[in-house]
Design a protein around this ligand. Structure first.
Ligand code: CAA
Length: 257
């Protein structure tokens, strides 16, 4: 169905595997288009409650496809709004998205991982923004999201030198939520995504929206936004079910409405 990705449903989880092994999953226009369509499909599918995006053991993605990009002129990139416009589809997904990252996550690969809601990474992971070494700078949010994740000093060093960050540093700096042994990475990411998908889906969407607000606004505005969304949970049937189930000492039965 897709040229450059594989999509598999594992229960309520859509597992999307980037699949250009010969190019270390370089993010060609076709791949980014396929990924966008897969997100569209997962969002439209009521059976899917969460998405996992992964790559191979060697590479989550080694960045934008340099061979494709090398021939672009200024007008090509300006008129097509390269890179961000299409790639942002992942960041705009309203259902929870987990990145399961092993091997190289460089340039656009690092940026794609950071567009997901959180990152589980394998012990062999290497994050980096090496664009400066090929004469350009990150263009899919790298200078912005990396700085928010790891702070100015480390982000600046990585963007200015192009050096990679290993698993221990990524965990220490909060770029990833957890490091997982390579052999368990995808199963663990699916397990976590399934856990989320099996909770109330509208409530999970509200929780995600509220956390994301923290990146876009002041603390006072963010806390006010959170309070209003928390009030909105009281209009959701699942909120009533969750609290009733607690008081009745039973598991809640979510209706996702
Ligand atoms: N684009 C296109 N092809 C790529 C690629 C990329 N980003 N990364 C790797 N490949 C291809 C290689 O050209 C090679 O193909 P051939 O066999 O046809 O020559 C194949 O994948 C395997 O790669 P290597 O032989 O280089 O594998 P390695 O293990 O020796 O090195 C690596 C791995 C360190 C990741 C190295 O491939 C590399 O440095 N890749 C480029 C990383 C990079 O600069 N990414 C940033 C791209 S720019 C960007 O993302 C944003 C932007 O444009 C603004």
């Amino acid at each position: 169905m897709y040229e450059t990705i594989l999509v598999e449903h594992r229960g309520p989880v859509a597992l999307v595997t980037l699949n250009r092994p010969k190019a270390l999953n370089a993010l060609s226009d076709q791949l980014v288009t396929d990924l966008g369509h897969a997100i569209d499909a997962a969002e439209a599918d009521d059976n899917i409650g969460a998405i996992v995006i992964t790559g191979s053991e060697k590479a989550f993605a080694a960045g934008a496809d340099i061979k494709e990009v090398a021939r672009f002129t200024y007008m090509d990139v300006y008129q097509s709004n390269f890179i961000t416009a299409k790639w942002e589809r992942v960041a705009r997904c309203r259902k929870p998205v987990v990145a399961a990252v092993a091997g190289y996550a460089l340039g656009g690969g690092c940026e794609l991982a950071m567009m997901c809601d959180f990152i589980l990474a394998a012990d062999n992971v290497k994050f980096g923004q090496p664009e400066i070494t090929i004469g350009t700078i990150p263009g899919a949010g790298g200078t912005q999201r990396l700085t928010r994740f790891v702070g100015k000093s480390k982000a600046m060093e990585m963007v200015l030198t192009g050096r990679n960050m290993d698993a221990a540093e990524a965990e220490r700096t909060g770029l990833v939520s957890r490091i997982v042994p390579m052999a368990e990475l995808v199963d663990e990411a699916v397990r976590v995504a399934e856990r989320i998908a099996n909770l109330s889906r509208p409530i999970a969407m509200m929780a995600k929206e509220s956390v994301n607000k923290a990146y876009e606004t002041t603390l006072a505005e963010g806390v006010a936004f959170e309070r209003r969304l928390m009030h909105a949970t009281f209009a959701v049937e699942d909120r009533k079910e969750g609290m009733t189930a607690f008081t009745e000492k039973r598991q809640p039965v979510w209706k996702h409405c």
